[in-house]
Structures are given as structure tokens and as C-alpha cells.
Design a protein around this ligand. Sequence first.
Ligand SMILES: Cc1cc2nc3c(=O)[nH]c(=O)nc-3n(C[C@H](O)[C@H](O)[C@H](O)COP(=O)(O)OP(=O)(O)OC[C@H]3O[C@@H](n4cnc5c(N)ncnc54)[C@H](O)[C@@H]3O)c2cc1C
Ligand code: SF4
Ligand code: SF4
Ligand code: SF4
Length: 395
Amino acid sequence: MQIETLGKKCTGCGACAASCPAKCIVMKPDGEGFLYPEVGDDCLGCERCTKVCPVISHKKEEIKAPKTFAAYNKNDRERFCSSSGGIFILLAKSIIDDGGTAYGAALLEDMSVHHIRVSDTGELCRLQGSKYVQSIVDSHIYESVKKDLEAGRKVLFSGTPCQCAAMSRSVGENEGFFTASFICHGVPSPAVWREYVKMREEKENSRVINASFRDKRLGWEHFSMKTEFENGSVYTKPLEKDPYLRAFLRNLCLRESCYDCTFKGDGAYGGADILLSDLWGAVPGILPGKFDDKGLSAVYIMSERGDLLWESAKGGCISALADFSKVSDSNEAFRRSVIRPDARDVFIREISANTFEECVNKYAKTPLRTRLRRKAIDLSKKLKIYGFLKKLADR
Ligand SMILES: Cc1cc2nc3c(=O)[nH]c(=O)nc-3n(C[C@H](O)[C@H](O)[C@H](O)COP(=O)(O)OP(=O)(O)OC[C@H]3O[C@@H](n4cnc5c(N)ncnc54)[C@H](O)[C@@H]3O)c2cc1C
Ligand code: SF4
Ligand code: SF4
Ligand code: SF4
């Protein structure tokens, strides 16, 4: 069985387990909370798991520069609740308004992150916003997507490039199936996230009932972690002060496959019809006047189906055609995997609710240059000259 030899390249997508006719593959968490397949004794040797695996079957496509847009949602509320420009919710609404369903990552009551199915636009807020934890795509989600398509419903599946590649491969060619992915930094360990939640709960002596990893109250660029507690209190800290965001941004607790990602670079995003990302930097014509710091997206149209989806959703946003090379070059994660820090394993080994802050202080020191840059940004915002300086720098 080739899937057992994948080792660190396995992304934990679960497509193999969902495809197995003997139901003999179990997705089991390792010590870091990341799922890996384990094949049982009832294997029939049919090799379906090998054929569906997006890593084993991955092929780079011919390179074509995709049509690229800079865009943001016209609805300020929807934009505020999203991590970038609020484009995902517009894509999902256009599918649901047409009788379809949307699938994506949601925080459950126990603060774990799983993919769920949404068929009512009022529930889409559960999918909005980046959750910086690997989301679990259970076998029943693969079954549910196929059932929706068999029933003649359109489906939008959203997730990391590896998850979209896995679902596309499982579904096969189907004109009702659409995927929306994003440029992906990598996914952090569910076990590290659990310890963080435990630490917050112990400090507050109350259960965490909600979390936002990209709260925009201090602005989109200078985002914050926000956790809400059962006792009504709220914790918020900006990215350079919150220990979880610091560990994420310093790449200390990502899945092994993310340090050598198969699904990055020109021609590698095979499973995505539309790719979304943050768009740092002003684009002439799209944000006339002041930089508003509410979030801006890059939208890459990766297929004909992606074009159809974009056409049905773009009325909800302000958008302008942008230069693919310029936009993709400005986003490091488009083509390159992050570097695996030497301290990754020891950090994850030592981390616990009691040692969380101590471990982050020890292993995730923010470089002086970054600290100075952030101080300069904060000061220029206070002096209300940030937008002006940014425009100058982007020229
Ligand atoms: C783990 C992670 C890493 C990212 N890294 C980068 C990066 O390096 N550079 C960059 O430009 N953009 C990155 N993004 C994407 C970016 O933050 C926005 O999510 C994206 O631009 C869409 O923004 P939006 O405002 O249109 O919609 P939003 O409402 O912010 O997007 C919500 C969408 O994200 C999906 N999603 C949220 N969390 C997860 C998760 N854990 N696993 C799978 N899907 C999830 C939801 O299913 C939904 O489709 C990352 C996102 C995530 C989740
Ligand atoms: S070879 Fe077939 S039966 Fe065996 S684990 Fe893979 S899918 Fe299941
Ligand atoms: S990448 Fe996905 S399909 Fe391939 S072995 Fe890992 S979990 Fe299974
Ligand atoms: S970095 Fe690559 S392997 Fe990791 S979650 Fe993103 S797409 Fe998947």
C-alpha cells in the first residue's frame, strides 16, 4: 500500500479512508494531534486509496497565468467577519442561493476545527474567518458532498489546497462541483491549539465558547486573537503579543507536510477553481482615497468553473483586474513552503497549558527588525499618516 509509505508528505486529508471499500483505513492522531492513515488487516489490495491520494497522484499542470483580481466585499459587516476582503462568503452565497450547499472549516463547541456542511446562508458565518488549526475532513463529509451532487445540488467545497485537491480527486469530473481554496502558510497542530485553549480557560477560570484568529478590531494588518468565555469576559491580544499567533507565524507547530508542500507554486494548485489570498499593498483604482485597513483579497481564477463562480458572485464586491505576476510575487506563500525551524520538535514536546507562554518566549523570539517595523506602523496610525506612507511605499 503506497499510502503507508508517504510518511511526512501525507497531508491528513482522509480521502484514502473515505474511499476504502473495506472500511479498513482509520485516521489516527499522532502525538501532535495530526491525523495519519492506519491500514487494518481486512485490506483487499484494490489500490483505490492509492489512486485517490492527492499527493501520490499529484501532477503539475501546464503553467498559464490565471486571471487575477483585487477585490473586497461591499458589505462592511461581512468584510469585518472575514480574514481578508470577505470574498469567500460571496462565492458560498451564490451557490446556496442557487439551491446548493457549501462546505468549509468551522469551530465546534469543544473548540476543535472540523469541516461542516452549510445549506442556509444564515449559517455561513460559521465558515467565515481563518482558523489557524488543521481542520478535520471526516469520511462522512466526503459522502455528503457526493450525495449532494447526486441529488443535483451544486456544491462549493472550501479548504486548503491539499484538501481541495483531495475532494476534487474523490468527486471526479462533475459540473456542479466547485472549489475555493487559498494560498496557504500551513496548518498548526490541533494538540498545540488544545493546550492554548486550556491555558486561556485556566487563566480565566471559565470555558472558551468562541475564538477568532484574525479579529480586525485593531485593523486588518495588525490583527488579533480573540477568545470569548462562558462567564462573558473577552480576551484580545494583537499578533505580536498573543503566544498562539506568535508560534503560528514563526512556523513552530505546523504539520510536517507544510514544510515541503506539494500544492504550492505555478501549476501545482490543481484542485482549486478559485484561489483566494490576502492582498497586502494598495492596488491603484481599487481603493480610491484612503487605505481603510478593513481587508483586501487577491482572487485567482484557476479554471473555467472558477470563472463561472466568480461571474455569479462578483456583483457583491468592488473589484479590479490586477497583474498576476505582481500579485503572486508579493505573496511569499504562493510558491514557497515555510522553513522548518530547528526548534519545532522540542517546542511541541515541551508545550503544555502550564508552559505555553514560557515556551513561546523561549522559541519564538520576534526579530528586532520586525518589532521596530510594527512600532513604526502603530505610531504612524496614531498620527493618522499610515495610509499616506503606505501609498508612498507601494509606488
Ligand atoms: C491555515 C491558513 C493559512 C493561510 N495562509 C495564508 C497565507 O500564507 N497567505 C495568504 O495570503 N492567505 C492565507 N490564508 C488565507 C486567508 O487568510 C483568507 O482565508 C483567504 O484570503 C479568504 O479570505 P476571505 O476574506 O475571502 O474569506 P474568509 O471568510 O476569511 O475565509 C473563510 C474560508 O477559509 C476556510 N478556512 C478557514 N479556516 C480553515 C482551516 N483551518 N482549514 C481549511 N479551511 C479553512 C473556510 O472554510 C472558508 O472557506 C490562510 C488561511 C488559513 C485558514
Ligand atoms: S487497497 Fe483497497 S481495501 Fe486496501 S486499504 Fe486501500 S482502499 Fe482499502
Ligand atoms: S495524503 Fe490524504 S489520501 Fe494520501 S495518505 Fe495522507 S490522508 Fe490518505
Ligand atoms: S501548506 Fe500545503 S500541505 Fe500544508 S495545509 Fe497548506 S496546502 Fe496542505
